[in-house]
Design a protein. Structure first.
Length: 371
């Protein structure tokens, strides 16, 4: 992955910066060395990207994993809190992106509950699916509520693209004569030993993405929303898409591409070629960092209190400024988001991260047939 995409001297558009608020916060901690030590994103919780000149703001919520209320109300309470936070934004957000896994087991009751919670937001809402939304009825209820799983629109000088990275899993359930609940039960776990490398974009959608971006100037900003990361982070948990090489082949001509994704329930940051990737928080629970493959540019989420259901979870507020910057702010219901010391870090046990590519390929011999 590094050899193909991280070529010498190549990075995304060189527009990373620090907001005044974050700089002052860090300079208190770091003294005069603050500007040098905390000079760019891996050590702060905001991201500045060169975008259009007209200011606007949008929000991201994902990975609610809702059960019916008679089973579990904790996740409902946290999703409701996130919605109330977005309602309180002033000025209001132009729109909301929901990044998938609204439901836990794809139950129409769960999806309907999530839809009712999100209806409280009167702004424009667009959705991409997660695997937990899809594999009970193969997306039937999700499509009925939210429409097509991929889409595109332009807003104030930015092209937004939503990708479906979850619906193209290989059919292993028919031969096993699984019921819908059994299929959903396998897909609801991160263990890929049964479901295999289900995360993918697919040839048809790659062609659609190529057509969608074909009319867009190569130097103008593109934000791509996906449930899964669009690179190879940790395949055994499907923290990737299996056809990530083909995705980057489509995107390599564009100089200002940002991918915002869910699924990992983590603060996560990576740069590959000319694309930045930002992992978002869940409202349901935090997920531990993978035992290997955490991108070197990630500044890890602080360890959370397991006794506090609201700790370590949240949503994101993204603000495009008139100064052609985008600030991504993790909104978590605690004071500190990022670890300041190794022993406070969710990655403390994984300091010596090494990439082990093609793990899922070695586990599952039919990878090539399902791109």
């Amino acid at each position: 992955m590094d050899r193909e995409l991280r070529r010498p001297g190549e990075r995304p558009d060189p527009s990373l910066g620090i907001t005044r608020r974050i700089f002052l916060h860090k300079s208190v901690l770091a003294g005069a060395a603050g500007a040098a030590t905390y000079g760019w994103f891996p050590l702060i919780n905001t991201l500045d990207v060169a975008f259009g000149a007209e200011a606007f703001k949008f929000a991201w919520i994902s990975d609610n994993h809702l059960y019916p209320k008679d089973v579990n109300t904790r996740f409902v309470d946290k999703a409701t809190r996130a919605v109330k936070d977005v309602q309180a934004m002033s000025p209001p957000a132009d729109f909301l992106i929901h990044g998938g896994d609204l439901a836990q087991l794809g139950d129409p009751v769960e999806l309907g509950l999530g839809n009712d919670i999100l209806k409280e937001l009167k702004i424009k809402k667009v959705y991409i699916p997660g695997e937990h939304d899809w594999y009970f009825d193969m997306g039937a209820k999700w499509r009925q509520l939210f429409g097509a799983p991929n889409w595109t629109f332009d807003h104030k000088g930015v092209r937004f693209v939503g990708l479906d990275t979850v619906s193209r899993g290989p059919d292993y359930w028919t031969a096993k004569k699984m019921t819908a609940k059994e299929r959903m039960g396998h897909m609801a776990t991160l263990d890929g030993s049964v479901a295999g490398a289900w995360a993918g974009v697919g040839r048809d959608q790659l062609e659609w993405l190529n057509r969608t971006l074909g009319s867009w100037p190569k130097d103008k900003p593109v934000i791509i929303f996906s449930h899964n990361p669009l690179y190879e982070y940790y395949p055994p948990w499907n923290f990737w898409v299996r056809d990530w090489r083909e995705v980057h082949e489509v995107l390599k001509a564009y100089t200002n591409v940002t991918n915002v994704h869910g699924h990992t329930h983590q603060v996560l940051y990576n740069e590959l070629g000319k694309m930045r990737s930002i992992g978002m928080l869940a409202t349901s629970w935090t997920w531990p960092y993978a035992p290997e493959g955490v991108p070197a540019l990630t500044r890890c989420l602080v360890r959370v209190d397991p006794g506090d259901h609201f700790d370590g979870v949240g949503w994101s507020r993204l603000t495009v400024s008139a100064a052609e910057k985008l600030e991504n702010e993790y909104v978590m219901w605690r004071k500190d988001i990022l670890a300041e010391a190794p022993w406070d870090s969710g990655c403390a046990d994984n300091i010596n991260q090494t990439l082990q590519p093609r793990i899922a390929d070695r586990e599952w011999p039919y990878y090539g047939a399902y791109k």
